[in-house]
Design a protein around this ligand. Structure first.
Ligand code: SF4
Ligand code: SF4
Length: 147
C-alpha cells in the first residue's frame, strides 16, 4: 500500500503496546491518545498504517518527547529505536512500509504471537505487568509448558 492523507503513522513497538493497552499511561492526554489509536486500529481493518522507527502521534502527546525525540531516560532515544527495529525485523518489514490495520495485526500475531518472541522485543519494559498482550502471551506460554 502507499501512504495517503488518512494514513495513521505509528512507531513499530507501539503496535504491540496498543495491543496490550489497559487504560494506563503517563498522563491524561497520553491515555486519551492511546485509547484513540487503539480504537482506530482495532475497529478500522482497512485503515492504512505506516510503520515507523521514529516518533508518532502517541509520542507527540507524551511528556517524555522533546524535539521529536524520546527523552524518557538518558539512553531512551537509542533504546526505543532499537526496540522499533527489533519489531521491524521480526515482522520482516521496513521503516515506512504501509499496511491495512487488519494486515498488520495479522502479521504481528503470526510473527510476534508467542511469549518468547515478545520478550525478545519488550525486554524489561516497565509496563509489562500492566500490559495485557504481555500477560496473555505469558499465560499461554506457561500453559503449554505445563501440558
Ligand atoms: S511489555 Fe511494554 S513494550 Fe512490550 S508491548 Fe507491553 S507495553 Fe509495549
Ligand atoms: S516519547 Fe518515548 S516514552 Fe513517550 S511514547 Fe514515545 S517512545 Fe514512548
Amino acid at each position: 500500500m502507499t501512504p495517503g492523507t488518512g494514513t495513521m503513522k505509528i512507531r513499530a513497538h507501539h503496535l504491540l503496546c496498543v495491543l496490550g493497552f489497559y487504560g494506563l499511561g503517563y498522563n491524561k492526554e497520553f491515555v486519551k491518545k492511546m485509547r484513540q489509536v487503539t480504537r482506530r486500529l482495532k475497529t478500522k481493518p482497512a485503515l492504512p498504517i505506516e510503520v515507523l522507527n521514529s516518533c508518532d502521534e502517541i509520542c507527540a502527546v507524551c511528556p517524555h518527547q522533546k524535539n521529536n525525540r524520546c527523552k524518557k531516560g538518558e539512553y531512551s532515544y537509542k533504546r526505543v529505536k532499537e526496540t522499533d527495529q527489533k519489531v521491524l525485523s521480526a515482522l520482516e518489514i521496513k521503516n515506512g512500509d504501509v499496511f491495512s490495520g487488519s494486515e498488520i495485526l495479522r502479521l504481528i500475531r503470526k510473527k510476534i504471537g508467542s511469549f518468547p518472541e515478545l520478550v525478545k522485543i519488550c525486554g524489561m519494559c516497565g509496563w509489562r505487568e500492566t500490559c495485557t498482550y504481555y500477560i496473555l502471551l505469558r499465560k499461554k506460554w506457561h500453559k503449554t509448558r505445563r501440558a
